[in-house]
Design a binder for this molecule. Structure first.
Ligand code: ZN
Length: 506
C-alpha cells in the first residue's frame, strides 16, 4: 500500500474513533442519563463534534487525496490503485468535500436557524399553528439552497441535497422510479379498500412490559443478533446507534396495549444492527470511511426486509408462533396463526407516516418527495404548503388531515434541516424487495428454511452481498451487483400484489 494511503487511514481512524465516542455519549443521553445532566452533556458533545470536524477538515487529507489523483471530478484517483483503494479514496473524498466546502458563516447560520426552527416547529405542531413556523421554513429552505450551491454549484439544488443521503441519486432518477410506484400503489390500495377489513383487535390487548421485553430478546436471538456485540435498551423513539465496530446498540419501546409495536420495532432495529455488524472490508480499511454503510436507503432496506418481508410473513411465523404465544401471555390466546398473520399485515390509509402499513407507507414518502422538490425549487410557496399537502393526501391516500398538526407539521425533518432525506425510506422498501426477489432466485430453498425456523441463509446472503462491502460501492452499483439489475419498482409492486391479494382475497 502506498504510504499516502496508510497516512490517510491513520488520520481517518482518529476521526472514526472520535465519532464513536460521540455515539457512546449520545446513546447514553437517550437511554440512561439522568435529566439534569443534559447541559454538560451538550457541552461534551459539542467539544467532540468540534474535534471530529477538525480531524476531517485537516488540509493534509486534501493534499494526500490530490497526491493520489483523487479530485472532486475524479474521486477514485489513480487508475493504478487497487479497486478497494480507489473505493476508499472516493468515500473519503466525499466526506472531506462535504466538510470543507461550506463556508464557516453558513455552517453557523445553518446550526442556529435549525435550532430555532426545530423549537418553533415543536410549538407550531403543539398549537397547530403553521403560520408561526412558516417564516422559519422560508429561512431553512433558503439556507439549504445556499448549502446546495456551495456543495454542487453546477447541479440543481435538490439533486445536491438528495446526493447527501443517497450517493449518486438524482431527482429525475427517483421521480422515474416513483412514477410507476405511485400509480401501482394507488391501484392496489383501491383493491384492498374494496374488500372486508381484517380483524386486528386482539393485538391491542394488554401485554405487560416484562413479557414484551422477553419477546424482544427472543426475537433478537431468532434473527441472529450477536448479543456479545450489542444490546437492547428502551427509549421513546427506537433507534440503532453504532458505538464501535463490535458494539451496535438498538432500542425499542413497550406500549402496554400494543405488543406488535415493540415486536416489529425490535426486528426493524435488529435489521439495521445486522447490517452494521456485518460490515467487513479488508483489514486494511476496517474502522475507516470505507466501513460505513452505503447509504440511508440501503440501511432502511435491511431493516425493512427483516421487519416486513421476513417478520410479517406466514413462513417466518409458522415455526415461531407458538413460542410467541406462550411468551406474550394471554394476548394471543385462541388466535390461530392465520388470523395473526392477517392482523400484522392490516392495511389502512392513515394520516401519519410513521404509523403507516407496508402498502401506504411509500405513498406518504412520495408526497413528501414531490412537495420537497417544489419547495426547494420555489415552484411551491411556503404559504401554500398546507393546501398542497392536503390535496396530495386526498389524491394519494384518500384521507385529508383535519389540521396541519396531523398534516404538513407532523414530521421533524424539515425543521431540523433534513431535505432530500425522505426518499430514502421508500427507496429502502424498493431495494429490500429487489434483494428478496434475487435471493429467492439464488437460494431456492429459502422459503423452506424459513418454515424450518432457520433464517441463517438469508442473513448470510445479505452479509455477503450488502453488509461486507459497506461503502465500497455507491448504492446504485451495490444493488446492481447484488441483484443483476438496476433499481426497479416492479419487484416491490409484485411482492405487495402477491402478498395482499392472498391476505385480502382478490
Ligand atoms: Zn429504520
Amino acid at each position: 500500500m502506498r504510504k499516502e494511503i496508510s497516512r490517510l487511514v491513520e488520520i481517518d481512524r482518529e476521526h472514526v474513533l472520535v465519532s464513536h465516542i460521540e455515539s457512546v455519549l449520545s446513546w447514553d443521553q437517550e437511554t440512561y442519563m439522568p435529566p439534569k445532566a443534559v447541559e454538560e452533556r451538550a457541552e461534551q458533545l459539542a467539544l467532540l463534534e468540534g474535534l471530529a470536524h477538525e480531524k476531517l477538515v485537516n488540509p493534509e487529507i486534501g493534499s494526500l487525496l490530490s497526491a493520489l489523483g483523487s479530485t472532486p471530478g475524479n474521486p477514485l484517483g489513480d487508475s493504478g490503485l487497487s479497486p478497494e483503494e480507489r473505493a476508499y479514496l472516493r468515500a473519503l473524498r466525499r466526506a472531506y468535500d462535504q466538510a470543507t466546502k461550506l463556508p464557516a458563516d453558513l455552517v453557523t447560520d445553518l446550526a442556529r436557524t435549525t435550532a430555532l426552527g426545530q423549537s418553533a416547529w415543536v410549538d407550531a405542531r403543539t398549537n397547530d399553528d403553521f403560520d408561526a413556523f412558516a417564516p422559519f421554513l422560508e429561512k431553512l429552505l433558503d439556507l439549504q439552497r445556499r448549502k446546495a450551491a456551495c456543495l454542487g454549484p453546477d447541479k440543481p439544488a435538490y439533486d445536491v441535497l438528495l446526493d447527501l443521503y443517497e450517493p449518486g441519486s438524482t431527482e429525475a432518477g427517483i421521480a422515474e422510479v416513483f412514477k410507476s410506484l405511485r400509480s401501482e400503489l394507488v391501484s392496489l390500495l383501491g383493491k384492498i379498500r374494496s374488500r372486508p377489513q381484517v380483524d386486528d383487535s386482539f393485538l391491542f390487548r394488554a401485554c405487560p412490559e416484562s413479557r414484551q421485553a422477553e419477546v424482544s430478546q427472543w426475537l433478537m436471538d431468532v434473527v441472529g443478533f450477536d448479543k456479545e456485540r450489542g444490546r437492547l435498551d428502551t427509549t421513546a423513539h427506537p433507534f440503532t446507534n453504532t458505538l464501535g465496530s463490535d458494539d451496535v446498540r438498538i432500542t425499542t419501546r413497550y406500549i402496554q396495549g400494543n405488543l406488535a409495536s415493540s415486536m416489529f420495532s425490535t426486528i426493524h432495529e435488529s435489521g439495521h444492527a445486522l447490517y452494521e455488524l456485518g460490515i467487513e472490508p479488508s483489514a486494511a480499511f476496517r474502522r475507516t470511511k470505507l466501513s460505513e454503510a452505503a447509504s440511508m436507503a440501503v440501511h432502511e432496506s435491511q431493516s425493512r426486509l427483516w421487519e416486513n418481508i421476513i417478520g410479517r410473513s406466514a413462513a417466518f411465523w409458522a415455526p415461531n408462533y407458538s413460542r410467541l404465544a406462550s411468551l406474550s401471555g394471554a394476548v394471543l390466546e385462541g388466535v390461530p396463526l392465520d388470523s395473526f398473520v392477517r392482523a400484522i399485515n392490516k392495511v389502512e390509509p392513515s394520516l401519519i407516516r410513521t404509523e403507516a402499513d407496508e402498502v401506504t407507507y411509500s405513498l406518504h414518502v412520495i408526497l413528501r418527495f414531490e412537495l420537497e422538490s417544489d419547495l426547494i425549487s420555489g415552484r411551491l410557496a411556503v404559504k401554500d404548503l398546507p393546501a398542497a399537502w392536503n390535496a396530495k393526501m386526498k389524491d394519494l391516500l384518500g384521507v385529508v388531515p383535519k389540521n396541519d398538526a396531523e398534516g404538513c407539521l407532523q414530521d421533524v425533518h424539515w425543521s431540523c434541516g433534513l431535505y432530500g432525506y425522505f426518499p430514502s425510506y421508500a427507496l429502502g422498501n424498493l431495494y429490500a424487495a429487489q434483494l428478496w426477489d434475487r435471493m429467492r432466485e439464488t437460494l431456492p430453498d429459502v422459503d423452506a428454511s424459513l418454515r424450518r425456523g432457520d433464517v441463517s441463509p438469508i442473513r448470510e446472503w445479505l452479509r455477503e452481498k450488502i453488509h461486507k462491502p459497506a461503502s465500497t460501492w455507491i448504492p446504485g452499483e451495490l444493488i446492481e451487483r447484488a441483484t443483476g439489475s438496476a433499481l426497479d419498482a416492479k419487484y416491490f409492486v409484485s411482492y405487495l400484489n402477491e402478498k395482499y391479494s392472498r391476505i385480502y382475497g382478490f
